[in-house]
Design a protein around this ligand. Structure first.
Ligand SMILES: *Cc1c(COP(=O)(O)O)cnc(C)c1O
Length: 401
């Protein structure tokens, strides 16, 4: 992997220099690190944080808030900010991430979902190889199509994640079919893995979670929405209230850690990508099917490993938890989670609960019994974790060498 690691380092240098430039151009000062309370009127730090994130993501504008509680919330804000009754949302990357099915009201009904508001939904499946079906996408877009949703990362699906080049192709196809359609990208897990973000290749809007890549392992909560200024504005009106938009709101956390997390994000993301490559090579050597492969091009930090049985999956998670720096005494068990259809098991002895850039693994306990591993503040730390887990499985005679 040495050569591959070198490529990751090059991407890191590129992204780190862009982030650094965004800090300088944003005019970040110690003064901006003071938290605002109450209504938070005139909070300059909040404005500078937005500007700095926008620069780092090469977006015209960005809304970053600790009060955006998760990636699902960030994406949901975009849908509700942009769509009105009678409008149509088209997912062109097949079934969306599980929790977003609830937002849309896809198979089951949740109060307040898009369906509840009379917003129509259709989806275009990916091809058998998991690639976007550009012909079908062109046909699916109609004058009613207000928002086209593109999911960059695989989620809990055994399909390749979409590279920025694939996203660029989709956007081109959509814009040919309708100049009016807004191209939205669910950018969760993708930030800083490649040299460009979706807005740099024509996406109108994108969203992600600070508990993943751009929080740089430090953010205690939060999400962002970035893209065209008028669209970000529309989502900000939904986040607080029409007329208030982005100009109110207490900090809710120490603003410094959101700035510092963004500053560190390209470094930790690069380590996480190297960690994923190592895990792919290691688990493949142990005889498991992995996706992506160790040498494959990456566009997110997720490594999927097909363990093949619930027993192996649960034992693997237990072993990872046991090797963690925090909560090593806990024994993970599959459980219901809000927004998820099947029980999910998660291992994550992380400092920020559920923060996935630190090092975590999670999996729906259902066929094909694949676990999704992500993060690792350092590739050698991720190596320690996964090797410890393999030793534990070997001691239990669940794997053979
Ligand atoms: C994680 C994820 C989400 C949801 O983010 P949460 O923070 O878990 O709510 C949405 N889409 C994709 C592709 C994701 O990976």
């Amino acid at each position: 992997l040495r050569e591959k690691y070198g490529e990751v380092e090059e991407i890191k240098k590129h992204n780190q220099s862009r982030v650094l430039r965004a800090f300088r151009q944003g005019g970040v000062k110690q003064y901006h690190f003071h938290a605002a309370t109450g209504y938070g009127y005139g909070d300059e730090g909040r404005q500078v944080l937005d500007r700095t994130f926008a620069g780092a993501l090469e977006a015209e504008d960005c809304l970053v808030r600790a009060g955006i509680v998760s990636g699902t919330h960030a994406v949901s804000l975009c849908y509700f900010g942009l769509l009105r009754p009678g409008d149509e949302l088209v997912s062109v990357t097949g079934k969306p991430y599980e929790t977003l099915e609830k937002v849309i009201g896809l198979d089951s009904y949740s109060p307040g979902c898009l369906r509840d508001w009379g917003i129509k939904y259709r989806q275009v499946e990916l091809t058998a190889e998991g690639k976007p079906d550009l012909g079908a996408i062109r046909q699916a877009i109609t004058p009613q199509t207000k928002v086209v949703s593109i999911q960059r990362s695989r989620g809990y699906a055994w399909r390749p994640s979409l590279a920025i080049d694939d996203i660029a192709d989709i956007i081109k196809a959509v814009k040919q079919a309708s100049a009016r359609a807004i191209c939205f990208v669910d950018n969760c897990y993708g930030e800083f893995v490649e040299e460009k973000e979706p807005v740099a290749v024509g996406a109108d809007l994108m969203a992600g979670s600070l508990l993943k890549n751009p929080g740089g392992t430090l953010a205690p909560s939060g999400g962002y929405i970035a893209g065209k200024a008028s669209l970000v504005e529309a989502c900000a009106a939904r986040f607080t209230a029409p007329g208030l938009g982005r100009d109110v709101g207490a900090s809710l956390c120490d603003p410094r850690i959101l700035f510092q997390g963004l500053f560190l994000a390209p470094i930790f993301v690069a380590e996480a990508v190297k960690a994923a490559m190592f895990i792919a090579a290691f688990m493949q050597a142990l005889g498991f099917e992995v996706s992506p492969g160790p040498q494959d091009k990456r566009t997110d930090i997720i490594q999927a490993v097909r363990l093949g049985s619930a027993e192996l999956m649960v034992s693997f998670m237990e072993a990872l938890q046991k090797a963690s720096p925090v909560d090593a005494h806990l024994i993970p068990e599959p459980a219901e989670l809000p927004g998820y259809e099947v029980p999910v098991i998660m291992a994550g002895g992380t400092f920020v609960a559920g923060a996935t850039l630190e090092f975590s693994a999670d999996a729906p306990v259902a066929p094909p019994y694949a676990v999704y591993i992500q993060g690792g503040v350092d590739k050698d730390y991720a190596r320690l974790m996964v090797v410890a887990a393999a030793e534990e499985l070997w001691a239990k005679r669940l794997i053979k060498l």
